[in-house]
Design a protein around this ligand. Structure first.
Ligand code: HEC
Ligand code: HEC
Ligand code: HEC
Ligand code: HEC
Ligand code: HEC
Ligand code: HEC
Length: 416
């Protein structure tokens, strides 16, 4: 191996080491953010839930001035004294009047790490994309593609630097040997040359890129729309147990469209007001939660009148099939005589928050269609179909027809 080749190797190795430590240190910083948050902040803050202090998710967007945010975190009382004009901070303090955020002994870098953690919590802990009723999900931010892109750019730069180093080394060598200087190679040509001379590296890079793509793809495929058990925080702590359970209010009182059409729907605030004009206090949360209904409806509890200023309640949608799948409530509830509980569980026993009981995957729909018999007796609509089916399946001994027999496994029934 020539001196030049050895030198070239040393340079490549050290640059790879630098590159990998850079990648590692970055994920280490994210971990530090989590650790720092747990050690200093988690006694009073959660990401998505109010504790002693507010939920911190999205906090950077709430503070226009990032310097002010840093100053607040270091010493909120001091910040309030020095900035009587910051109405956001002053109001926040009033809102949490009884609790003071103690001064935090954290450096700017540590605050940066904590804020990074708040903005990008580890994927397994982040809730699925939240969406308001009737709005479509914004695809969750996934920055692994940016990472990949970044790595490729870095590799290209490294290759470029190397080819530069190499050609100058070659020039020096040639000069010292008193030979003629060759025309420098083009970048593409250099890269080609580099890949030929560094087959192992090339293979490694290609494998890394492919692996990261397939890992990403695998997770994306596996997790498409499977949110069983999903139970997001809601803007008002509405409990099905108190309403449908203890007070035995029919599902239909609030979800009457389930019996009429495709969607079950979420009741509007007017439906709540039918009862809550009179009920201003609950046993669990006192007046706090019901006050939010009043705010939404624009109801002045003191004057017992509506102000006209309404503010819709932004319920977080829990069940959500992808757009390419068709599901109709009344077909199942009215025609198919299926109970709400079969698909949604014992809702009248669910306290706050409401959750998704079933998988809502294609396999789940299909299994039920294979197993459930169609209630045809005493149903005029089915008399003709029933006779046709009896004729068609007369050689097989079938006692009861399932949804499968009426075509419930045909792709076109569920997919447009
Ligand atoms: C002793 C409890 C306590 C601890 C510990 C604490 N906080 Fe707070 N924090 C609060 C309270 C209470 C508020 C609400 C404002 C007030 O009353 O001062 C708040 C408000 C905030 C806000 C403003 C929130 C918003 O919605 O604009 C940020 C940002 C914040 N805290 C960050 C942190 C960070 C970061 C840490 C850890 C380094 C931390 N806090 C530790 C109690 C605490
Ligand atoms: C007093 C009104 C009321 C009654 C009665 C009621 N619900 Fe609800 N339901 C709501 C409200 C409000 C929401 C939205 C807030 C939430 O998800 O907690 C909701 C949400 C739901 C959801 C989840 C919706 C989503 O976002 O995917 C299901 C499923 C549901 N209800 C089923 C039932 C069933 C089954 C019953 C009867 C056992 C019932 N509800 C009775 C008011 C009611
Ligand atoms: C048919 C009557 C009725 C309707 C409609 C109704 N509620 Fe209630 N709600 C009640 C009753 C009864 C209570 C129990 C009060 C108690 O604890 O004494 C209650 C209690 C509550 C509580 C307080 C729970 C607690 O213990 O702190 C909240 C919050 C609430 N309802 C929200 C809603 C919302 C939101 C809607 C509309 C989607 C709604 N309610 C619709 C009858 C109703
Ligand atoms: C055969 C299973 C099944 C039955 C029975 C069923 N649901 Fe659903 N429900 C679903 C599915 C699937 C979704 C998701 C629909 C979507 O995203 O388009 C859903 C969604 C909902 C929602 C969210 C809002 C909406 O319209 O998408 C509510 C509320 C709801 N169901 C209430 C009920 C009530 C009340 C009953 C009983 C009257 C009931 N469901 C019976 C499967 C069922
Ligand atoms: C609890 C069992 C059950 C589950 C779960 C279920 N279904 Fe059904 N489905 C039925 C029954 C029963 C019928 C027959 C209704 C009738 O008599 O027309 C039916 C009928 C249908 C039909 C009409 C079929 C036809 O030939 O007319 C469609 C479309 C449908 N279901 C879609 C779905 C989708 C999409 C899902 C999953 C998101 C689903 N179903 C989950 C029980 C179920
Ligand atoms: C009974 C209703 C139903 C029938 C019949 C049905 N599908 Fe689906 N399919 C669904 C639902 C619901 C989803 C969404 C599942 C999810 O979000 O996890 C889905 C998802 C899919 C997907 C996306 C990948 C996945 O698994 O999420 C493909 C592809 C698909 N269906 C193809 C088909 C084909 C092909 C047929 C006919 C052989 C068919 N489906 C029949 C309900 C049905």
């Amino acid at each position: 191996m020539s001196k030049f080749q050895r030198m070239f190797r040393v340079v490549t190795y050290s640059l790879s080491v630098v590159l990998f430590t850079f990648l590692l240190s970055n994920s280490a910083a994210a971990q530090d953010g989590e650790k720092l948050f747990k050690a200093n902040c988690s006694s009073c803050h959660k990401l998505n839930k109010k504790l002693i202090g507010p939920a911190l998710s999205g906090v950077q967007e709430r503070w226009e001035d990032q310097e002010a945010l840093y100053a607040w975190i270091k010493n909120s009382q001091d910040y309030l004294k020095k900035n009587p004009g910051d109405s956001y901070a002053q109001e926040l303090f009033l809102e949490y009047n009884k609790s003071v955020m103690t001064a935090q002994a954290v450096s700017d870098a540590e605050i940066g790490a904590i804020l990074d953690y708040i903005a990008n919590p580890p994927a397994d802990k982040a809730p699925p994309a939240q969406l308001a009723v009737n709005e479509n999900a914004a695809p969750a931010e996934d920055n692994s593609t940016y990472w990949l892109f970044g790595i490729v750019i870095i590799l290209v730069i490294v290759a470029r630097i190397l080819s530069g180093v190499r050609s100058s080394l070659a020039t020096v060598k040639l000069l010292s040997e008193g030979k003629e200087i060759l025309k420098p190679k083009s970048f593409i040509e250099g890269l080609k040359h580099w890949t030929i001379n560094n087959k192992r590296y090339t293979v490694l890079i290609v494998v890394l890129i492919l692996a990261s793509f397939s890992v990403k793809g695998w997770y994306a495929l596996k997790s498409i729309g499977v949110y069983q058990g999903y139970a997001p925080e809601q803007p008002i702590k509405f409990s099905h147990k108190i309403h449908a359970g203890v007070n035995a209010i029919e599902c239909a009182y609030c979800h009457h469209s389930a019996y009429k059409g495709k969607n079950a729907g979420i009741p509007s605030v007017n439906v709540c007001m039918n009862c809550h004009e009179g009920i201003s206090e609950g046993k669990v949360d006192g007046t706090v939660e019901i006050a939010k209904i009043y705010e939404a409806a624009g109801w002045d509890a003191e004057d017992q009148s509506y102000t006209g200023v309404e503010k819709p309640i932004k319920w977080i949608r829990i069940h959500n099939l992808p757009d390419f799948a068709y599901f109709n409530h009344s077909q199942h509830v009215v025609v198919g005589k299926q109970k709400c509980e079969t698909c949604h569980g014992e809702v009248s026993e669910y306290g706050y928050p409401m959750k998704q009981y079933s998988e809502l995957t294609m396999g789940w729909c299909i299994n039920c269609h294979r197993e459930t018999t169609v209630a045809m007796e005493g149903n005029e609509y089915y008399t003709k179909i029933h006779n046709e089916l009896l004729e068609r399946y007369k050689d097989e001994k079938i006692d009861a027809f399932t949804v499968e027999h009426i075509g419930g496994l045909e792709c076109g029934k569920c997919h447009y």
